[in-house]
Design a protein around this ligand. Structure first.
Ligand code: NAD
Ligand code: G3P
Length: 342
């Protein structure tokens, strides 16, 4: 089928926003179509760099393909956009969107690339978009999966999921971002795709802590597996299909994030396990580790819907300074014995 989306705005000039713009440009080249991709960012130096076909701060010396331009002016990015993609830090979305809302074309469809839960409201990013921009859920998609930006920027093969309540729209968007190295599957399970992406960051913090404390693969596999169990419990309680959590946006993303040194959440956890405090993390990493801010919101959401999430509870305790990383082990292992399926 011919592609009907030829004009895209990407908000966020960090690692994932820039990389996804590259996916869109590579997809257009592979399909032999013309596509205008405009990246919005707030840092003029990064924007100038992207216009020179690099984003040195986030993607090193990787060359960006033709077809991508960048601007600090949201009205330039949004003019004529048929698809609007958001890739800014989750906690900054609401304030930014309030400014962008009047500029978003009324017939545009939107997609979130973000993996965070809003602190204070416990809303997922697609819910924030619907609430602030007044866009119907059938026009809002989410992309989630094992998608470490740097690997994708290097064109290493990756699969992902585009989820939308209107699965036909998910298919339209998936066609637009299908590149030779990027294969998006589709789903109508927005809740499952988003919860998988949000909670895996919290579980990756815990796996990182174990690694930082010098623990081995049994420990990390146990945390990942039980982490997936509590992620699935929360997602199902919110209306998700459990199969989504066994797929790319659940297990797939959890494995990639918990195993990779490229993951900021894994890195942050490792530093905590090595004894650095939350306040000291900023001295060692500049990029966003969404799990740090989202973890307390995940815990609040879980408590509200009556779902037990012991690993999340423990990570929140560490982040708040209430639990020492040395107490984590006994905290998780001393829980009452129960059936694995519970
Ligand atoms: N990097 C990845 O591999 C990856 C993959 C999948 C999903 N994500 C998700 O994408 C989202 C963006 O992550 P990223 O990796 O691109 O982050 P990043 O740290 O690489 O870049 C964040 C960008 O947002 C900008 N920014 C920071 N604060 C802002 C604010 N208050 N308002 C507007 N812009 C602001 C920064 O200047 C930067 O351009 C996150 O939710 C993340 O979980 C990232
Ligand atoms: O670097 P992280 O920890 O934000 O993880 C990046 C992606 O979400 C992996 O899919």
């Amino acid at each position: 089928m011919a592609e009907d989306i030829t004009d895209v705005a990407v908000f966020g000039a960090g690692s994932w926003g820039t990389t996804f713009a590259k996916v869109l440009a590579d997809a257009a080249a592979a399909h032999g179509v013309q596509r205008s991709i405009r990246v919005w960012g707030r840092n003029p130096e990064t924007i100038a760099d992207i216009n020179r076909r690099r984003n040195g701060r986030y993607l090193g010396d990787i060359e960006l393909p033709e077809g991508i331009s960048a601007t600090t002016d949201p009205s330039v990015a949004l003019k004529g956009a048929q698809l609007v993609v958001f890739a800014v830090p989750a906690q900054s979305l609401r304030a930014q969107l309030e400014q962008w809302r009047p500029l978003i074309p009324s017939d545009a469809v939107v997609m979130s690339l973000m993996k965070g839960l809003e602190v204070g409201t416990d809303l997922r990013m697609t819910q924030v978009i619907a609430e602030v921009a007044g866009i119907a859920p059938g026009r809002i998609a989410v992309l989630s999966g094992p998608n470490l930006a740097m690997e994708i920027a290097r064109r290493e093969p990756t699969a992902s999921v585009v989820a939308c309540a209107d699965e036909e729209l998910a298919r339209r968007i998936a066609r637009v971002c299908t590149a030779p190295y990027f294969r998006p599957y589709t789903s109508n399970d927005v809740v499952g795709a988003e919860i998988g992406g949000i909670v895996k960051n919290v579980i990756a913090l815990c796996v990182g802590i174990c690694e930082g404390k010098g623990m081995g693969d049994n420990t990390k596999a146990s945390v990942m597996t039980r982490g997936l169990a509590e992620t699935t419990r929360l997602a199902v309680a919110l209306g998700a299909d459990p199969h989504t959590l066994a797929g790319l946006a659940g297990l797939g993303d959890l494995v990639a994030t918990c195993a990779s040194r490229l993951s900021r959440n894994h890195t942050a956890g490792t530093l905590l396990g090595q004894g650095f405090s939350v306040d000291e993390l900023g001295n060692h990493m500049t990029q966003v580790a969404e799990g740090i801010k989202s973890a307390p919101a995940v815990r609040e959401l879980a408590r509200r819907v009556g779902v037990e999430m012991p690993i999340t509870e423990a990570v929140v305790g560490v982040l708040a300074g209430r639990v020492d990383v040395d107490q984590l082990e006994s905290l998780l292992l001393a829980r009452e014995l129960k059936s694995e399926g519970e």
